[in-house]
Design a protein around this ligand. Sequence first.
Ligand code: SAM
Length: 394
Amino acid sequence: MMRHLVVPNREVEAVLGHVRARGWSSLSHRVFSSEDGHSRLIPLDTGAPLELPAALEYPIEMHEGVPDEKIETDWLSLLASEVSQQTIQELGESWPSNHEFVGDMMIVRIDDKVAQFTDSIARAKLGAHPHIRLLLADYGVEGEFRIRQLKPIGARLADRVLAGPSLEFAPPELLTTEVAVKESGRIIRCDPTKAYFSTKLQTERLETLALAKELREEIGGPLRVADPFCGVGPALATLLAEADLVSDLLATDLNPDAVKLLMSNLSKWDRRTYPEGAIELQRIHENRLVGMANALTLGNDSEFAGKWDLVLVNLPHRTIEFLPAIIPLLDRTSPSMIRGRVIVEESEIEQVNQTIHAILPDLMPAKPQPSLKIKRDYSASLRLCSFQAWIASE
Ligand SMILES: C[S@@+](CC[C@H](N)C(=O)[O-])C[C@H]1O[C@@H](n2cnc3c(N)ncnc32)[C@H](O)[C@@H]1O
């Protein structure tokens, strides 16, 4: 899902001009018509700010992006200069059509069936995406830190594309994977080879922002936010950008590389000094508790327990297991919220909904009850879901 501006047909050219001049249009998606044919939907880049200037005050709709077929055609025709048409057709769906942009890097999954053509794929992809510096093959997420296993398969050196054995001659700075990503008008420093980060979660973060604003209404003031599995802090980037939304913050992660990047990110988003490097959890400012910690032990410590209005749990393969250890972080003297992500078998969603109900404390009767919402397929039978639970005060 991505943000689209819904613009009446006669104003599209002018609006596109504005959007493109600011670099806010998605480079790999195209404009398409609304169902009634009266408007066009202009895909916004993830970096476009949340609040757009008056000239761009049009309704925003969340919609699957429609890929720009021209880029797709370009890469396949470049591939055809190295691989026979017959092979391209025979291997059909196995060629990598999906990709993720992270800063000036592009990440693709290489199916085993086309692995022998990896160098040709790299040259064709980099040829079709001239703004990309480094192409990485994705071998999945691993371990407790949920880090993606990424391997460089192509790079651009001036006007040359390096792939296969020629990659060995790439200067180290060309292969760097620490990049700045623009999201909702904020810069996020990340290194997907060292700490978990996904650009695909922008919609999730925008939903969390909307829920946080609703919780602020409920409480009648800014929120104390805990993100105990915060990674490099992308959820916090969106929340901290909203004026008077976050009063206090607890941000922890087990991965020292994630915390190092988090420190650098927070110093920009929060416009205050943060120590450099991976430090143990400590009070850095009066209302900022940040650093390396095991989220599962925080609830046992009176410095952290019972102090937070909004608690984020983004460790989808273990969220249910960890919920009991996270719940004590909530301040139960006023309404509060847990917002989490869970990976489950589609056939077990109802059962997991019941488990969540059983684990959680009393819920606010006037608010929708927590229920897993499918966000996307994780595998053939597993679904990545999210939920929010409005917890009643005691
Ligand atoms: C799926 S990632 C999400 C990161 C971040 N919230 C985001 O949305 O990009 C989960 C994070 O939890 C961290 N983690 C795993 N177990 C943890 C624990 N027991 N305590 C603290 N952090 C943990 C991992 O290092 C990883 O950065």
